[in-house]
Design a protein around this ligand. Structure first.
Ligand code: BTN
Length: 246
């Protein structure tokens, strides 16, 4: 199990210093980090837990963990970025996670657009972003990451990494994320390199209920998925994607 010392060391490895908090059991690290953000906590504040009782997933879904067998953390950013470009931060988190899982767990992990991490087709991790904007600037962005060591029971499609050094994985993730955060011009290329959705036939259901079906061919500079459909190329900005079998 992680400790606050591990969280401080992970930040230090990434050249960062910020408040940390570790709870053995919490409702949700995302909930805690968002409350800290509202209360004025500084950038890179980091919250982690060994078990969540009300873990949050994308699209209002729950994130279920196997207690003590998942790495779960949320951290706070105060980016100098227009909100339209906020999606880049989840893509950056995806590529940083793929890289750190590959180097620490030694498995070939890839990102299913926009932010699921797959190993051999199973979902081992998910990324969630929550934010507050004021005018054309972010007040804060909170990135939440959940990585299964063991898959939680009863969650279709979930997979686990198996035994892995959680402190090392967290540190490698933060090193990689921080490096990309300081060089945002490289985010899309780094994401393209680990994105397993590219080249797949997909069905994307957008948040406004449209369906786009075709071959995923690129990620554009805003982080949208470009899908080649029978009616031509379409950019999908915010959607749930299914990889279709050919
Ligand atoms: C998803 O795949 O739907 C996103 C899952 C994100 C889960 C992480 S676990 C740490 C942080 N706290 C939460 O409540 N959710 C995120």
């Amino acid at each position: 199990m992680l400790s606050e010392h591990d969280l401080r060391s992970a930040l230090e490895r990434a050249g960062l210093e910020a408040p940390v908090r570790f709870d053995e059991v919490t409702r949700s690290t995302q909930e805690t980090a968002l409350a800290l953000a509202e209360a004025g906590a500084p950038q890179w504040s980091l919250v982690a837990a060994a078990h969540q009782t009300a873990g949050r997933g994308r699209s209002g879904r729950a994130w279920i963990d196997q207690p003590g067998r998942a790495l779960m953390f949320s951290f706070l950013l105060r980016p100098d970025l227009v909100p339209e470009r906020g999606g880049l931060l989840t893509l950056l988190a995806g590529s940083a996670l793929a890289d750190s899982v590959r180097s620490v767990a030694g498995v070939a992990a890839g990102c299913k657009w926009p932010n699921d991490l797959l190993v051999e087709g199973g979902k081992v991790a998910g990324i969630l972003a929550g934010s507050q904007a004021s005018g054309d600037r972010f007040e804060h962005v909170v990135i939440g990451v959940g990585v299964n060591l063991d898959p939680p029971p009863g969650v279709p499609g979930a997979a686990g990494l198996g035994d892995c050094d959680e402190a090392e994985l967290l540190a490698e993730f933060l090193v990689s994320f921080r490096s990309g955060y300081e060089r945002p011009e490289g985010i899309i290329d780094a994401y393209r390199a680990v994105c397993v959705t590219l080249g797949e036939d997909v069905r994307a259901t957008t948040t406004d209920g449209r369906t786009v079906e075709g071959r995923a061919v690129d990620i554009d500079e805003t982080g949208s998925l470009i899908v080649e459909t029978e009616e031509g190329r379409k950019a999908v900005r915010s959607a749930e994607v299914v990889h279709l079998r050919r």
